[in-house]
Design a protein around this ligand. Structure first.
Ligand code: AMP
Length: 544
């Protein structure tokens, strides 16, 4: 593990300490505190299981002790893939306690994504679930071990009685626990996943100090308390439901997290009613489904006080419907796994809440709106968002060339989002410069899919662009130039699936061209492809 990717300049680091943002304590602090002071309180509800703070902390401690006893050491890395289950948090805290730096792959990720992460972090430990199609047998584990001889241990959820049973490692204490400790508070605690815009998925090192600050400040901004009951309906490892304020914010405040396996409205409504859920976080595509389903289930939503919406552009017309149809307050959230999170405040004027994505979390978030040359633009003009601050990362893991492109000389990260800011500092997301498709909140790096399509023997050129979609906000459309006869869209999708990518990354539409439009310098002219889609949105072939 190298430590070069998370260094704030010394002056900024001391400012963040002076201002009380960085407390130099591990991310496990809140859980340990809660376990000590109100251990009996419920931390997580998952199906029929109710897990207290003391139990969660005990499970995390058991696993940490066993991992250290089996030879793993602080600074080692782990690849984790779990769904929305209580064990996600027990593992998250166990690895933090033991100083093992994890990448939490999404449950929808498949072989190619896991290989991509493993190639970068060279994990010594794999934690996954038998219920995932990739781990229904041991083939992928053998392949990962061949590829990464340093991978020494694997633990599986749902393995039954075996030495590899995750449940066993979580639930049985070690007789003589070894000494261990988390990585230093200024060091990498774990990796977040970047939505990405390049061919290989990027990892975002998050330190204890920076993440702990964003969690604490977000919990306060959202007025979380021991009475908060938070429904985790988005993928648990994603930055939004993990830290904005997400489950970690709820644990910080001593509340309870209720696990949902998906944001599907009827199952979520039943959980809200059964467990008196007070708040949740959704992406706009899910909110649209909730708005449709809610009128027949208003009574079930009685306890819900706050709905956070973020991850993708939220239509103003839908934002306005939230209070009346769902019977709760709305908070818009514009955040990124790289750091910066903007929130509308709970006491903002309703117009601000309906029409903007809020303001930065921290007074020391330095946000600039710049043009393509990096020049700052006047208030009210849209431009590229650039940011640095106490919880915005300082560089992607092992990606010097990409870092050189997305960070400027003053250390500002250029997110690729096009935004404008009003006189009160409220930010509005108006578009995107980065080459990415935001499919209902799930991010697809165009270049990654283009590179995979070019592996098909019949395809000579490929360009993937976003097409606006009423349900998902955006879908992905692949323009391809291929030899005759062109492969059919179903064959191309199967080809991509066989390469091992997550299903959400499959192009929704394929369009076959004789030649690609090119810019003056000979690059594929994506602007003209997007315009073509805007004029003829349904001309694409191959809707699945
Ligand atoms: P992620 O790192 O997966 O959280 O994705 C972050 C990206 O999602 C941002 O850079 C934006 O492109 C997009 N995003 C997040 N929240 C919003 C929002 N409220 N409105 C529009 N786009 C958003």
């Amino acid at each position: 593990m190298t430590h070069l990717y998370h260094q704030w300049p010394r002056k900024m680091a001391s400012r963040y300490r002076r201002r009380g943002y960085w407390l130099d304590r591990p991310l496990t602090h809140s859980l340990e505190q809660r376990a000590a002071t109100c251990g009996h309180a419920l931390a997580v509800i998952c199906g029929e299981r109710e897990i207290s703070y003391a139990e969660l902390n005990q499970q995390a401690g058991n696993l940490a002790a066993r991992l250290i006893a089996s030879g793993l050491r602080p600074g080692d890395t782990a690849l984790v893939q779990l769904s929305n289950v209580a064990e996600f948090y027990a593992v998250f805290f166990a690895l933090l306690k033991a100083g093992i730096v994890a990448v939490n792959a999404l449950f929808s990720h498949r072989r190619l994504e896991l290989y991509g992460y493993a190639d970068q972090v060279q994990p010594k430990l794999l934690i996954a679930a038998r219920s995932h199609e990739l781990f229904s047998d041991d083939r992928i584990i053998s392949k990962l071990r061949q590829r990464h001889p340093e991978l020494r241990h694997h633990l599986l959820l749902g393995e039954g009685a075996s030495e590899h049973s995750l449940e066993h490692w979580l639930n049985s204490a070690v007789a003589h626990p070894p000494q261990w400790q988390p990585t230093a508070a200024g060091d990498v605690a774990f990796f977040q996943l970047s939505g990405g815009s390049t061919g290989t998925p990027k990892l975002i090192p998050r330190t204890h100090n920076d993440y702990d600050y964003s969690v604490r400040a977000s919990a306060e901004l959202c007025a979380l308390s021991p009475q908060s009951r938070y429904l985790c309906a988005l993928p648990a490892g994603h930055n939004f439901p993990l830290s904005s304020p997400g489950a970690l914010g709820v644990f910080h405040a001593g509340g309870c997290v209720v696990m949902a396996s998906s944001p599907e409205p009827l199952s979520c409504f039943a959980l809200i009613e059964r467990h008196a859920v007070t708040m949740t976080a959704l992406v706009p595509a899910a909110v649209a489904l909730w708005l449709q389903a809610a009128p027949n289930h208003r009574a079930a939503l009685r306890s819900l006080r706050l709905l956070q919406v973020g991850g993708a552009s939220f239509a103003e017309a839908q934002a306005r419907q939230v209070p009346s149809i769902l019977g709760c307050a709305l908070q818009q959230v514009f955040g990124m796994a790289e750091g910066l999170v903007n929130y509308t405040r709970l006491d903002d004027d309703p117009e601000v809440i309906f029409t903007t994505q809020g303001r930065p979390l921290c007074p020391d978030d330095e946000v600039r709106i710049v043009d393509e040359q990096g020049q700052q633009l006047p208030t009210g003009t849209s431009g590229i968002l650039a940011v640095r601050g106490p919880y915005t990362f300082c560089g992607y893991f092992k990606s010097p060339a990409h870092n050189a492109r997305v960070f400027d000389d003053e250390g500002f990260y250029h997110s690729g989002d096009l935004v404008l800011r009003d006189a009160n500092g409220n930010v509005k997301v108006v578009g995107r410069m980065k080459d990415q498709i935001n499919r209902g909140g799930e991010k697809i790096a165009a270049e990654e899919i283009e590179h995979l399509l070019l592996q098909h023997p019949a395809i000579t050129q490929a360009a993937v662009v976003a097409q606006s979609d009423p349900a998902l906000g955006e879908k992905s459309c692949a323009f391809v130039v291929s030899s005759n006869p062109s492969p059919s869209p179903p064959l191309l999708r199967r080809f991509l699936l066989e390469l091992g990518i997550a299903a959400y990354k499959l192009p929704d539409h394929f369009h076959f061209l004789a030649t690609m439009p090119l810019t003056a310098v000979g690059k594929i002219d994506k602007h003209s492809l997007r315009e073509r889609l805007a004029v003829h949105p349904f001309e694409c072939e191959g809707t699945p």
